[in-house]
Design a protein around this ligand. Structure first.
Ligand code: SME
Length: 158
């Protein structure tokens, strides 16, 4: 299946999966599981959530990961600070990259923005160099656009 169609399918599956439920942890957990099942050649996917001024590890699939990332640090903190997707073809060439799983070679972080407010980031890692292209970027941004209104973000306020 072409990648753009795959991402359209994933966004539609997400809307179906989350229908009738707004609990933040449940919905983010199912969203990470759906991506892990649907995307090939990835070794980690999940959420870092803005809590008390830092990005804090949220629901994910993959190896245990670093828990706390300050805004502006690493790939995730950069995406959150800029409220802009960051695509990193080679994590070893990204200054300040935070290594969680040594297998990761490339990465994409997509900000979660609700009504102009940053809520966190979706982070996906791959063991392959340059795994994420413009289609992945648009596809994951679309996935996040579907996800954000289906999550009751106030559940996560600390
Ligand atoms: N590499 C990320 C940290 C999170 S892990 O990849 C799961 C970063 O630099 O922000």
């Amino acid at each position: 299946m072409p990648k753009d169609a795959l991402y359209r399918d994933l966004a539609a599956s997400l809307a179906g999966l989350l229908e009738g439920e707004t609990d933040a942890l449940a919905n983010l957990a199912n969203a990470s599981a759906l991506l892990a099942q649907g995307l090939e050649r990835i070794n980690w996917c999940g959420f870092y959530l803005l809590r008390g001024g830092d990005l804090v590890l949220g629901p994910f699939q993959g190896k245990p990961a670093c828990v706390r990332i300050p805004l502006g640090k690493g790939v995730c903190g950069t995406a959150a600070a800029r409220t802009e997707t960051v695509v990193v073809p080679d994590v070893n060439a990204f200054p300040g990259h935070i290594a969680c799983d040594a297998a990761s070679r490339s990465e994409i972080a997509v900000p979660l923005v609700e009504n102009g407010e940053i809520r966190g980031v979706l982070d996906v890692d791959s063991p392959e160099l340059a795994r994420f292209d413009a289609v992945d970027r648009e596809g994951l941004e679309g996935f996040v656009r579907t996800l954000v209104p289906l999550v009751r973000w106030s559940d996560l306020i600390t």
